[in-house]
Design a binder for this molecule. Structure first.
Ligand SMILES: [Fe+2]
Ligand SMILES: [Fe+2]
Length: 192
């Protein structure tokens, strides 16, 4: 099926972007609903998000984007290079417009995208040379999290509650451990 240059190709691209945006928004809305104790509403958001992800997958395949492992690794490297350049440029623009907080955020993301690229490059190199991945390096499990703190998470003086920070640290530890061990994990503390 050659879609090149057709209106359907443009519509598929638009639909794909739309589905991905909906997916993110519903996952986020579901998280908020769950945090606020509305579990049934959260379920609906999460269920719809899964549907949107399936729609996006079909559109992705129609656009001929899926490939074998090597092609996927090559595409990922290109994608991460573009993302790194995009965030670098966006940080400069934000600084010029005096949105310093957003500029600092873009700076952080640029660095993360760069680590994604080097990770994919290492894997592709090993894949092409038939060298199996040896264990998991720190880079495979490294995690950067950013979260906007809202007034409800702070005391009247504007300082974020220690418990909120502990929760974030616990999440980060859990995600890192799950990435490293490629299985479900629990973070636990045995105290006396
Ligand atoms: Fe959809
Ligand atoms: Fe990335």
């Amino acid at each position: 099926m050659d879609l090149k240059g057709s209106k359907t190709e443009i519509n598929l691209r638009e639909a794909f972007d739309h589905e991905l945006r909906s997916y993110f928004e519903y996952i986020y809305a579901g998280k908020r609903a769950s945090d606020e104790g509305f579990d049934l509403i959260a379920d609906v958001f999460h269920q719809t998000a899964r549907n949107e992800a399936e729609h996006a997958e079909h559109e992705y395949l129609f656009l001929g984007r899926g490939g074998d492992v090597k092609a996927s690794l090559q595409a990922a490297i290109e994608h991460e290079e573009e993302a790194t350049a995009f965030y670098r440029k966006s940080a400069d623009t934000a600084r010029k417009e005096e949105f310093d907080e957003i500029a600092a955020f873009f700076d952080r993301i640029e660095k993360v995208e760069e680590t994604h690229r080097t990770k994919y490059e290492e894997i592709l190199h090993g894949f092409e040379n038939a060298t199996p991945l040896e264990g998991r390096t720190v880079r495979h499990s490294v995690l950067t999290m950013a979260q906007l703190m809202l007034p409800a998470q702070a005391n009247p003086a504007g300082f974020v509650h220690g418990g909120e920070l502990m929760k974030l640290m616990d999440n980060a530890a859990g995600v890192t451990a799950a990435r490293h061990s490629a299985t479900n994990v629990v973070t636990a503390l045995a105290g006396c």
